[in-house]
Design a protein around this ligand. Structure first.
Ligand code: IPM
Ligand code: MG
Length: 360
């Protein structure tokens, strides 16, 4: 099979970790008789520097023509980078929002999983973490506060900022369906998270999720308020299977969920549209402080590449091979700095890529 993949190395550690993911994908291609065709595009700060905007229409066209997109990370230090002196719509993050909207990537899957080998890195008390946890946050990605009308006006002699939060039934329904479908392949439980005690958008969310739930009698559904969910994630994370939520709540809860695993450098994500097309990226950011030093953890990006093989190409065997290589490399005691503990062998970014290739 020929796999046409657009790559977005991006900023910070992005180019280093994407290079390792490409290496591992090439190893998979060699073993299983596929051909990888990579085309790089610029996004974020790299695109601002080269083209004066965070994402060009040509770059979007290239991504659209591919079968899938593999991304590293974008953005820089928000206090020191000149990119953050630009107006908001010209900053690196605007490129990411633009590509999500342009490619209609409304379903953002963010797994948060406690690795047995890395249990010591989990910041929760052992009495909580010993139960283990394995959840997936299904975050709506192209609606809500992120894409509502916004403006800053002057009123009564002072500035007033307005952000609007809207959701239509169809937007809620399509993400809810994704949530229930994936729950069916997991432990068959959906926790829908909202703020229905305050927000109209959340009341419509809850009503629509209940309608969709009726089509999935084999999947249990519960509703949870977002503030309570934030609390439950640290109190009893094992209770969650699929967390289904809107854009802003999902942004916040997914950072929290990844932090409680203690190994954010290990967590992958996928942003999907209604077909097989998707954009795959690590859950972590661009870590500008360690960029260019060959010490970043490439595993989250490599596991995102595995998700890409699974969801966009239906190559389950190949995705399994990557995931097995990751487990094996951990069992063999290799760690990048972020997940290092005493007695293990500390390795850099490219060495980790090599070790994984050897295990494919
Ligand atoms: C994320 C990021 C983005 C978001 C930023 C960079 C715009 O935090 O992917 O979670 O808020 O969606
Ligand atoms: Mg975020």
């Amino acid at each position: 099979m020929v796999l046409n993949i657009t790559c977005i190395p991006g900023d910070g550690i992005g180019p280093e970790i994407v290079a390792q993911a490409k290496k591992v994908l090439e190893a998979v291609a060699k073993k299983y008789g596929h051909e990888m065709k990579f085309t790089d595009i610029l996004m974020g700060g790299a695109s601002i520097d080269a083209c004066g905007e965070p994402l060009t229409d040509e770059a979007i066209a290239t991504a659209k023509a591919a079968d899938a997109v593999l991304m590293g990370s974008i953005g820089g230090n928000t206090s020191t980078s000149p990119w953050y002196k630009l107006p908001p719509e010209k900053r690196p993050e605007a490129g990411l929002l633009k590509i999500r909207k342009a490619l209609n990537l409304f379903a953002n899957l963010r797994p948060a999983y406690l690795y047995e080998e890395l249990a010591a890195a989990c910041p929760l008390k052992e009495e909580i973490s010993k139960a283990g946890f394995d959840m997936l946050i299904m975050r709506e990605l192209t609606g809500g506060l992120y894409f509502g009308e916004r403006k800053t006006i002057e009123e009564n002699g002072e500035l007033k900022a307005i952000d609007t939060l809207t959701y239509s039934e169809s937007e809620i329904r399509r993400i809810a369906i994704k949530g229930f479908e994936i729950a069916r392949k997991r432990r068959k439980k959906v926790t829908s998270v909202d703020k229905a005690n305050v927000l109209d958008s959340s009341r419509l969310w809850r009503k629509t999720v209940n309608e969709v739930a009726a089509d999935y009698p084999d999947v249990s559904v519960e509703h949870m308020l977002v503030d309570n969910c934030a609390m439950q994630l640290v109190k009893d994370p094992a209770q969650f299977d699929v967390i289904l939520t809107e854009n802003m709540f999902g942004d916040i809860l997914s950072d929290e969920a990844s932090m409680v695993t203690g190994s954010i450098g290990m967590l992958s994500s996928a942003s999907l549209n209604d077909s097989k097309f998707g954009l795959y990226e690590p859950s972590h950011g661009s870590a500008p402080d360690i960029a260019g030093q060959d010490i970043a953890n490439p595993i989250a990006t490599i596991l995102s590449a595995a998700m890409m093989l699974r969801y966009s190409f239906d190559l389950d065997k190949e995705a399994d091979a990557i995931e097995a290589a990751v487990r094996q490399v951990l069992k063999d005691g290799y760690r990048t700095g972020d997940i290092y503990s005493e007695g293990m062998t500390k390795v850099g970014c490219s060495k980790m890529g090599d070790l994984l290739c050897e295990r494919i």
